[in-house]
Design a protein around this ligand. Structure first.
Ligand SMILES: NC(=O)c1ccc[n+]([C@@H]2O[C@H](COP(=O)([O-])OP(=O)(O)OC[C@H]3O[C@@H](n4cnc5c(N)ncnc54)[C@H](O)[C@@H]3O)[C@@H](O)[C@H]2O)c1
Ligand SMILES: O=S(=O)(O)c1ccc(CO)cc1
Length: 492
């Protein structure tokens, strides 16, 4: 049975939490009223206050980003890449401390916090290389005429990042923006500000000029409406919920600014006949419970061929029940708490709804303990397809299993939601794999494994899951604009 282990015992690892500041025009600012108290989700202890940016702070950040843009866009790409590489070295040097901050404020196991720092580095590495390849083109022309397409940085960017991946998401956005030559105002999550501060400090120490990267916290709606309406900001990017994504996209549309939106999902996992159900269950438990299920790519709706359904459900439930849940600093812990009381209540509400609709709770289904936001790894089976848990992204340690009799039925159920981010399929049929690749409505599909793409492949969703892609060959595209130059070379 999953249990919460004793509190963090390694005090050398779980030590102090950094002071949180705003970073504007090359200066850390601490003395502001607090908008939020950061809380350790493992024991609910308050870690420290988050200063709230005033309107004047936001105006100053906008002026700084405008000034920083002029400096950075004219900095040679090789110099920009050098700063990104310096930052990678510093992140790697500081991985123990940053991993510790992530576990303190977000709750994920310490090894996962360190892995996330490494993932952040992969984005910087990839984008540093891409910054050297922002090739334009020369168009065929008649004599005495040159026609070119220049790829130029779009301008200052407003970037909004979430609490579940507090360093890799800021890294993904900031690295692409900086590599393209843009300046940035980053509003990172107030729930996990320490990782964002540490990330910014690495870039500053790496040699980034003042004003190029600014960091603010505060009242989210006030910050987004101020920044997005400002003529200084030329592009808006968010990783977060569909709800907030639509709000920010509307604000951006009203101000005629492009968006890059990486929003929620509710990933289906199609499991076909003739597969090794126990082997897949092992992978499913590890992947589902990573970050306590609080990741947009988390596999959630297990749509399983009836011939292997019971084997899969029982193996999945057994492994889930055996997972070690506890404080992320405790050695051997596989899953930490959910981020806050809000998520605890939201996950439990989905479970209660499913229970009342006749679902079988084959693992978990309850909070663990009364201190810290721990929820038992939970597997629900035999849900009606309109149960809330089948239609609402769980963003927690919650997996749903339903049996189907055909690939037609599986695809119809998988595609029945308004979101389409990640999806997974297990099959030994080449024919089915090809059909799934063609017909499943998603941005990323993994077949016969539950992995996600790295920096070198595009990531993003279809339908309500977002607009645009992060990573891959198109990594800098959202941060660049094409300028067509038609130049007559004859004397005038
Ligand atoms: N795609 C992701 O990676 C991701 C990450 C976190 C949360 N979520 C989704 O959000 C749901 C709810 O989580 P929550 O309760 O923390 O969500 P929330 O919408 O209350 O807040 C999420 C984040 O968005 C920011 N935010 C909220 N309103 C904003 C606004 N008007 N302008 C700018 N930023 C704003 C907040 O600062 C916070 O950091 C989850 O169930 C999940 O579906 C998705
Ligand atoms: O920036 S990434 O680490 O690739 C990342 C992870 C998770 C999510 C969504 O939760 C978005 C981006």
């Amino acid at each position: 049975m999953a249990n919460v282990n004793s509190r963090a015992t390694d005090t050398s690892v779980a030590s102090t939490y950094p002071r949180i500041g705003l970073f504007i025009d090359g200066e850390w600012i601490y003395e502001r009223p607090s908008c939020y108290a950061v809380c350790n989700p493992s024991d609910e202890a308050v870690l420290g206050p988050v200063p709230s940016a005033s309107q004047e702070d936001l105006e100053r950040a906008l002026r700084a980003a405008a000034k920083g843009f002029k400096v950075w866009r004219d900095t040679p790409p090789t110099e920009r890449a050098k700063v990104l590489h310096n930052a990678i070295a510093l992140l790697r040097e500081r991985v123990d401390d940053i991993g510790r901050i992530i576990t303190l404020e977000q709750g994920k196991p310490y090894t996962d916090g360190r892995t996330e720092v490494d993932r952040a580095c992969t984005f910087l590495e990839w984008d540093a290389a891409q910054s050297l390849r922002t090739y334009g083109s020369v168009l065929p022309s008649e004599p005495h005429m040159q026609r070119m397409v220049l790829r130029q940085p779009i301008g200052p960017v407003a970037a909004f990042t979430p609490w579940n991946v507090p360093i890799s998401s800021p890294s993904r956005k900031v690295s692409a923006a900086l590599a393209a030559g843009c300046s940035v105002i980053l509003k990172a999550a107030e729930e996990t500000p320490g990782a964002a501060c540490a990330f910014v400090q690495c870039l500053v120490d790496a040699g980034l000029p003042p004003g190029v990267l600014n960091l603010v916290f505060g009242e989210p709606a006030r910050i987004s409406s101020t920044l997005i309406a400002s003529p200084v900001i030329r592009m808006v990017t968010l990783t977060g919920s569909v709800h907030v994504g639509k709000q920010l996209s509307q604000l951006a549309g009203a101000a005629m600014k492009p968006v890059l939106m990486e929003l929620g999902g509710h990933a289906p996992v199609l499991i076909g006949e003739g597969v090794d159900a126990a082997k897949i269950a092992q992978q499913a438990a590890t992947s589902k419970m990573r970050m306590a299920g609080q990741i947009c790519a988390s596999p959630s709706r297990f749509i399983v061929h009836r011939s292997v359904y019971e084997d899969f459900v029982s193996a999945f439930a057994k492994i889930a029940r055996e997972l070690r849940v506890g404080d992320g600093f405790e050695p051997g812990v596989q899953m930490g708490p959910v981020a806050n009381a809000r998520r605890l209540a939201a996950v439990d509400a989905l479970v209660q709804d499913a229970r009342t609709r006749g679902a079988r709770v084959v693992a978990g289904g309850h909070r663990i303990g009364d201190r810290g936001y721990f929820y038992a790894p939970t597997i629900l089976a035999d849900l009606p397809v309109d149960a809330d848990a089948m239609t609402t992204e769980p963003f927690g340690p919650l997996a749903m299993c339903v049996p189907v009799d055909s690939l037609d039925e599986a695809l119809a159920l998988a595609n029945s939601l308004s979101v389409g981010l990640s999806a997974y399929a297990f099959t030994n049929s080449l024919h089915d794999a090809e059909r799934i690749s063609r017909e499943l409505e998603c941005g990323v599909l993994s077949i016969n494994h539950l992995g996600s793409p790295g920096a070198d492949a595009p990531f993003g969703g279809v339908k309500d899951s977002g607009i645009g892609r992060e990573g891959g060959a198109e990594s800098l595209d959202a941060y660049l604009v094409s300028k067509t130059v038609l130049q007559k070379t004859a004397r005038v």
